[in-house]
Design a protein around this ligand. Structure first.
Ligand code: APR
Length: 244
């Protein structure tokens, strides 16, 4: 696909504007399952049974158990070299890096990143469907936990289910228009709007890179596709960006 794109150009300040999108693959090496790999979460559960508003109405206990189990698992995993490398990139680029994750784990934060946009929400946050307040949450939610703000028994996982609107898109779209570099890490490229971010950035002239164990659904649209484990590819890519 012939398209002129800027090598890693620098904006006026001489620093590349970088947008990074991560998916479940970046956390795989830490021991958290992905969704669509052979041992993925969607092998053991149907999305429509545990990750949709209708599922929550139909069987709230099953949905809460699914997320309570995943929230509990966070205590037994650690960030890996890929998370740490992206924190290093943030320290070097500051606000010129936008890190967007589809993951609801907290491994980016525990790896040292301080500005993480959780497009699909976070396991360690609870949302009250009665008063819309949000609360940091580490334990189980169950189905009878009262909201700390209003007392209603209406707390749900603060995650974006299928059919719901992803978070913080108003902050993401503009950065895709001005990015010099867009890098997708460990995502299969099958769930929109995230799957379209690479093409969006490319249409604005960004250089696009995919780091993945295997080619994703959208790999053909990327300028540069590198296959291998994120724990190896991401630190090397960060070194490359910072050497520009
Ligand atoms: N290193 C790099 N990439 C990896 C690794 C690894 N060690 N292990 C797996 N991958 C890649 C796989 O090749 C795959 O492309 O990670 C990707 C995981 O894809 P999915 O399981 O589909 O996860 P993701 O792309 O994050 O899913 C997007 O779908 O179900 C929804 O809300 C859920 O946020 C999720 C969204």
């Amino acid at each position: 696909m012939a398209r002129t794109h800027r090598e890693i150009p620098h904006n006026v300040a001489g620093v590349p504007q970088v947008v990074v999108l991560t998916g479940a693959g970046i956390s795989a090496a830490s021991g958290l399952p992905t969704f669509r790999d052979s041992d993925g979460l969607w092998e053991g559960h149907r999305q429509e049974d545990v990750a949709s508003p209708a599922a929550y109405v139909r069987d709230p206990a099953l949905v809460q158990r699914f997320y309570d189990m995943r929230r509990a698992a966070l205590a037994s995993v650690e960030p890996n070299a890929a998370h740490v490398a992206l924190a290093r990139l943030e320290r070097a680029l500051g606000d010129d890096l936008l890190l967007v994750t589809q993951n609801i784990d907290d491994l980016h934060e525990r790896g040292g990143s301080t500005r993480v946009l959780h497009l699909h929400g976070e396991l360690r946050s609870a949302l009250c469907t009665e008063c819309a307040s949000r609360h940091p949450w580490r334990g189980g939610l169950g189905t009878w936990t009262p909201c700390p703000s209003c007392g209603a028994h209406a707390l749900r996982p603060d995650v974006v289910w299928f059919g719901e609107i992803p978070y913080r898109m108003d902050e993401i779209w503009p950065r895709l228009q001005t990015a010099d570099v867009f890098c997708a890490i460990g995502t299969s490229g099958v769930v929109y709007p995230a799957a379209g971010f690479g093409q969006q950035a490319a249409s604005s002239g960004a250089r696009t890179v995919e780091l993945n164990l295997a080619w994703s659904e959208v790999a053909p649209w990327f300028d540069d596709v590198r296959t291998g484990p994120a724990t190896e590819l991401v630190p090397a890519w960060v070194d490359e960006v910072l050497a520009q």
